[in-house]
Write a protein that binds this ligand. Structure first.
Ligand code: ATP
Length: 378
């Protein structure tokens, strides 16, 4: 397979800290792979190893089929764009774009060439033709990011490595440039790893997503798969504006029904939806949109509204179990559309909770790994 091939990659630092452990990862030609994980999970370390700025403790990296062991950074043909911009303040945009290209001395003639040369082509691709004569200090943050990206792709690298390239932007500028990155990457068709700690950005951008936690890959899959079939509790809770609700309880099979018992709930689930999920302690997961709470009630067995948080056209309602022994992590449900026009319920309101039993996820109580439902998933 062309593109980037990583096998058994580990990086331990001298002080004993383990930044990466046993990472296997392929990035196909033309693929945009988003590497996502919390702070300190090893994302930057992985990019630095591919770029040759650090040496691995173990494992191999191949780029376009060639082993990179011992190849110095400047000969690796992998362009790395850091979160902290590194534009040359004393050079114009055109010269920044030309920097690193083979015929840098010709950059003066490139400025006026209006799209007939490499600098012109890159500037056109990124929509910055009108900025070529300016200096970095005369650019907005978004424009600076475009120039940094342009300088990286101008070299026509075999791989593009982007380390939180949009982290200095927010709001509309970030959304627009995110779409631009995707468009430019598609057009160039080079294998690309895009690092972010933002789960929403990963879902929006990636052809596939690689999820890192404490130096280990948890799952590599499409955005649809990581959201709807997370491989572990960690992945389940990492994705989604509110993460997945995860509840420890006891499962018991009884003929055609299984019962999951936990504080404040005991849903009965058809056995066909529970094939292969063992009895005993297990973690049940459900997304806020996979549960509903019904009209207000006054039953002592119903859940209690702790607070609400609005997120655009949906409101999340955070609920505590019916009998609050001690304050626990609330579960979160999305306000159902049929009561959308109503104001968010005040704290203390009681609501019956209803789970969509065909959309539950199951995880091992010890390892945290997904338990696939036989015949449905495995
Ligand atoms: P962030 O999102 O905060 O940038 P990251 O996922 O990119 O984090 P890394 O920068 O790759 O994480 O760091 C991974 C782990 O390796 C961290 O625990 C970090 O403290 C450790 N680490 C990184 N560089 C070194 C170093 N030179 N010496 C010792 N430990 C290091």
């Amino acid at each position: 397979m062309a593109g980037i091939e990583i096998r058994g990659l580990s990086k331990f630092f001298r002080d004993g800290s383990r930044a990466l452990e046993g990472v296997d990862l392929d990035v196909g030609d033309g693929e945009l792979l988003v590497l996502v994980g919390p702070s300190g999970s090893g994302k930057t370390t992985l990019l630095r190893l591919i770029a040759g700025l650090d040496q691995p403790t173990a494992g191999t990296i191949r780029l376009s089929g060639s082993d990179l062991a011992g190849v110095p950074p400047q000969r690796r043909n992998a362009a790395l764009v850091f979160q902290n911009l590194a534009l040359y303040g004393h050079l114009s945009v055109a010269d920044n774009l030309a920097f690193g290209q083979e015929n840098k001395a010709e950059s003066g003639t490139r400025k006026g060439a209006g799209g007939n040369d490499r600098v012109g082509q890159v500037a056109e691709l990124l929509g910055i033709e009108h900025l070529l004569e300016r200096y970095p200090a005369e650019l907005s943050g978004g424009e600076q990011q475009r120039v940094a990206l342009g300088r990286a792709i101008g070299r026509q690298p075999a791989a593009l490595l982007l380390d939180e390239p949009l982290s200095s932007l927010d709001g509309p500028a970030r959304r627009i440039l995110r779409r631009e990155v995707k468009r430019v990457q598609r057009q160039l068709g080079m294998p690309t790893i895009y690092v972010t700690h933002d789960q929403a950005e990963a879902l929006a951008l990636g052809d596939r997503i690689a999820v890192l936690d404490r130096g280990q890959l948890q799952q590599v899959a499409s955005p649809h798969e990581v959201y709807h079939r997370p491989a572990s509790r960690f992945v389940a809770n990492f994705f989604g504006a509110q993460g997945m609700n995860l509840i420890l309880g006891q499962l018991k099979h009884d003929g055609g029904l299984a019962t999951f018992t936990s504080v404040g709930m005991a849903p009965q689930i058809p056995a066909a939806l529970m094939n292969g999920v063992p009895e005993g302690p297990v973690v049940c997961g459900f997304r806020p949109e996979d549960a509903e709470y019904d009209y207000p009630s006054s039953s002592e067995s119903d859940w209690v509204v702790e607070s609400c948080s609005m997120d655009g056209d949906v409101t999340y309602v955070h609920l505590q179990p019916p009998s609050i022994v001690k304050q626990s992590t609330p579960i979160t449900v999305r306000q159902a559309t049929f009561i959308q026009e109503h104001r968010p319920p005040p704290p203390g309101t009681r609501y019956p909770l209803r789970l969509h039993v065909n959309r539950l996820h199951w995880f091992d109580a010890t390892s945290g790994k997904r338990i696939p439902v036989l015949n449905l998933e495995a």
